[in-house]
Design a protein around this ligand. Structure first.
Ligand SMILES: C[S@@+](CC[C@H](N)C(=O)[O-])C[C@H]1O[C@@H](n2cnc3c(N)ncnc32)[C@H](O)[C@@H]1O
Length: 240
């Protein structure tokens, strides 16, 4: 009898979670490959998260030259006053540079799901005196930002490792202003010469497939970076 009640309680509690059934059917679970978590979404396996122990790689001195982060930042057309969300900000390599570009009145919401990364970012931001950089700890399925405040939401080398890509993207859309943009920067899966493991790369076709199930319209793809493409989507305007 106790077991019966426990099962009934579980069924009731799952049904009480909004979207729980959709989330169950959206993803498939298989045996994980070496670099993945076994969970599949729209034909790809989600990669394992890059642990905070690898944080030094994000800050390596060769990064600007290898990834031309100067061109990446230029492609965002940053200007003072913009409100930017860096989702999966890691140590804040990009968030710190963006904070300087949008100061004094603009701000950067720097969200990460690993508390250790958030602490590393806080330490670096404080050392650089960046008062317009706002670090926060996100949940695996929700970035936790206020609604309607973000001009540009950026994910650099992040989207492929989101455990709940659909839900996180939906939470990003809620945080966007009506004319806001989402920018994906991913290592090019189309190019075998890019020296990154397969599950940590994404093709433009796959990014578009996953983004366009949301109210997002593709705007442009930037192909000037050595290893990555930068794909920009604009939030679809609600019809009158
Ligand atoms: C490869 S690192 C990239 C860091 C940073 N964007 C950069 O380019 O320097 C990926 C980051 O995404 C974070 N991440 C993974 N899943 C996340 C989620 N659901 N919400 C927020 N951050 C997440 C990881 O903790 C990690 O810090």
């Amino acid at each position: 009898m106790c077991v019966l009640f426990a099962v009934l309680a579980l069924v009731v509690s799952i049904q009480a979670i909004p979207g729980a059934h959709a989330a169950e059917t959206r993803y498939l679970q298989r045996a994980p490959s070496a670099d993945g978590i076994g969970k599949r979404y729209m034909g790809r396996e989600i990669s394992a998260v890059m642990g905070w122990q690898g944080a030094a790689w994000l800050e390596r001195s060769a990064r600007e030259q290898e990834e031309r982060t100067d061109l990446l930042l230029a492609a965002l057309a940053l200007r003072p006053g913009l409100h930017v969300a860096d989702i999966g900000a890691g140590t804040g390599y990009l968030a710190r540079r963006i904070a300087a570009a949008v100061a004094p009145h603009g701000k950067v919401y720097a969200v990460d799901v690993q508390p250790q990364m958030v602490r590393l970012l806080e330490t670096r931001a404080a050392a650089e005196g960046l008062t317009n950089l706002l670090p926060s700890l996100g949940a695996p399925a929700d970035v936790g930002l206020p609604a309607g405040v973000v001009d540009i939401a950026l994910m650099v080398d992040v989207y492929h490792e989101l455990e709940f890509p659909h839900e996180v993207l939906a939470s990003i859309l809620r945080a966007l202003k009506p004319d806001g943009r989402v920018v994906f920067v991913e290592y090019r899966a189309e190019d075998p010469a890019v020296p990154i493991k397969a599950l940590h790369k994404m093709s433009v076709a796959q990014i578009r497939r996953e983004a366009e199930v949301h109210a997002l319209d593709w705007e442009r793809t930037v192909d000037t970076l050595p290893w990555q493409h930068l794909v920009v989507f604009r939030k679809r305007q609600a019809s009158p």
